[in-house]
Design a protein around this ligand. Structure first.
Ligand SMILES: [Zn+2]
Ligand SMILES: [Zn+2]
Length: 125
């Protein structure tokens, strides 16, 4: 089947763009059902924003030093967010203490509970 260049309208910017015969062939080879909805410019812009981090910046005011900063995640509580610097410092400072946290005992408790459940099961049978 021969392909011919088609003119499509970009749903992002509304401009007409050419869906070339070569691209149509590529789409068929890849068994893509839908023609491209966006022009090349918009597609590459979307790709960049998806993979780049620049579009997910949230402005915060550091609760520690009051500095304005941007973070690349949506803060759960914007009033208790640290700037990058303070966050790093706090994490470094907390690292020693975190090890003291008895995370293991929690796991043990859980598995003990599991055992009880298993025993109950056995008794029922
Ligand atoms: Zn476009
Ligand atoms: Zn800070």
């Amino acid at each position: 089947m021969d392909f011919q260049d088609k003119t499509l309208t970009c749903k992002e910017c509304g401009k007409d763009f050419t869906w070339t015969a070569g691209e149509q062939q590529f789409y068929q080879e890849k068994q893509l059902q839908n023609p491209p909805a966006r022009c090349k410019d918009c597609r590459s812009a979307r790709k960049q924003s998806r993979f780049g981090r620049s579009d997910v910046q949230f402005e915060i005011t550091c609760k520690n030093c009051g500095k304005q900063d941007t973070v690349n995640f949506k803060p759960r509580d914007p009033s208790s967010v640290l700037c990058t610097e303070c966050f790093r410092k706090e994490r470094q400072a907390g690292e020693g203490q975190v090890k003291e946290e008895p995370a293991e005992s929690q796991v043990k408790e859980e598995s003990a509970e599991e055992k009880v459940k298993e025993e109950v099961k056995e008794k029922k049978e």
